[in-house]
Structures are given as structure tokens and as C-alpha cells.
Design a protein around this ligand. Structure first.
Ligand code: PNS
Length: 159
């Protein structure tokens, strides 16, 4: 069966990601959330830790699976037999980076993979994993940004 890929670093997964996962899972028959490396970011959680947080988050969604890939997103898409990548767009500031990534992925996949964007719910337009880590690192309240179990795991990293 063809799947659609929702890629990201998910370090850690936030309510913004969860909103995109739920909405994409309602639109597409099969959704694969793929954890990849963003070379521009230093990760707090291991891939295994991110994977298990995501597994917990999607446990009630029957058409969503979690995977990880060490290389290029387009190779992960090819392995999963996916032709569509889904990304969330928060604000115009995301647009240039996202468009560049989408264009690059289309070119290096010989036009076999397209990217579709879901606008992030306004509630989460400000939210990023980096913000979550910044607030948590100073002991601030991240309960509005991530599920409780993710908050606990994040605080534990800064103990
Ligand atoms: O959640 P993020 O950090 O915005 O996700 C970015 C991610 C991980 C999807 C991106 O960095 C990525 O695709 N990394 C894998 C390597 C790759 O394919 N890079 C080329 C894209 S232009």
C-alpha cells in the first residue's frame, strides 16, 4: 500500500507535530512518521527515545506507523513506497526553508516525490521543539507544548 511520509527530527514531539499527524492521518489512508537527522540541529533525545515517544503518541491511530532513517528523506520515501511528503507550515518564516527543501527533494527524486503542506493550527503557530527545550532547560513550564510524559522525559534530560 502507498503511504505518505511525515518527516522531522521530533526532538521532542510537540502538540504542533501531533496536530499535523492527526490531520494527515484523517486525510490519507496510510501515514508513516519518519525520524530523520537535521544536520543543523544538535539532538537532545536519541532516535530510539524519539521513536518510543512517537509510538506512544500514535498508539490509538490505526493507520500511522513510526520509522527512522539515517540518510536522505527521499531515500526513506523510496523505501516506504511513498510519493508524497507532508510538512506543517507555521508562518511565512518557515516558507523559504520549506520550499527549498521541497524543491530539492523533488529534483533529487527525479520528480517522483512531491511535498504537500498543512498549515499549522494557529494555536501552535509559535511552537517548536527548540522552544520546548529552551524553556525546559531553565525549568520553565512546558505543559502547554507537549504531553505530560514528554515533558517529564524532557526535564529529566536537564537534571
Ligand atoms: O523537524 P525538522 O528538523 O524541521 O525536520 C527536518 C528534516 C529532518 C526533515 C530534514 O532535515 C531532512 O530531511 N533531513 C534528512 C536529510 C535530507 O534529506 N536532507 C535534504 C533535504 S533538502
Amino acid at each position: 500500500m502507498e503511504t505518505v511520509i511525515y518527516p522531522g527530527s521530533f526532538d521532542p514531539v510537540t502538540y504542533g507535530h501531533i496536530d499535523i499527524i492527526k490531520r494527515a492521518a484523517a486525510i490519507f489512508d496510510d501515514l508513516t512518521v519518519c525520524i530523520l537527522t537535521n544536520k543543523a540541529k544538535k539532538s537532545l533525545f536519541t532516535v530510539e527515545e524519539r521513536m518510543s515517544m512517537l509510538e506512544e503518541v500514535v498508539k490509538d491511530l490505526g493507520n500511522v506507523r513510526i520509522t527512522s532513517h539515517e540518510g536522505l528523506l527521499v531515500d526513506c520515501a523510496k523505501d516506504m513506497n511513498a510519493q508524497v511528503i507532508v510538512r506543517g507550515l507555521r508562518a511565512v518564516t518557515d516558507f523559504e526553508y520549506e520550499l527549498q527543501m521541497a524543491q530539492t527533494n523533488r529534483i533529487i527524486s527525479d520528480a517522483n516525490i512531491d511535498t504537500m503542506f498543512l498549515n499549522t493550527d494557529l494555536k501552535y503557530a509559535y511552537l517548536s521543539s527548540s522552544t520546548v527545550k529552551e524553556v525546559a532547560s531553565f525549568g520553565g513550564d512546558i505543559s502547554k507544548f507537549v504531553p505530560d510524559f514528554v515533558a517529564e522525559l524532557t526535564y529529566a534530560k536537564y537534571k
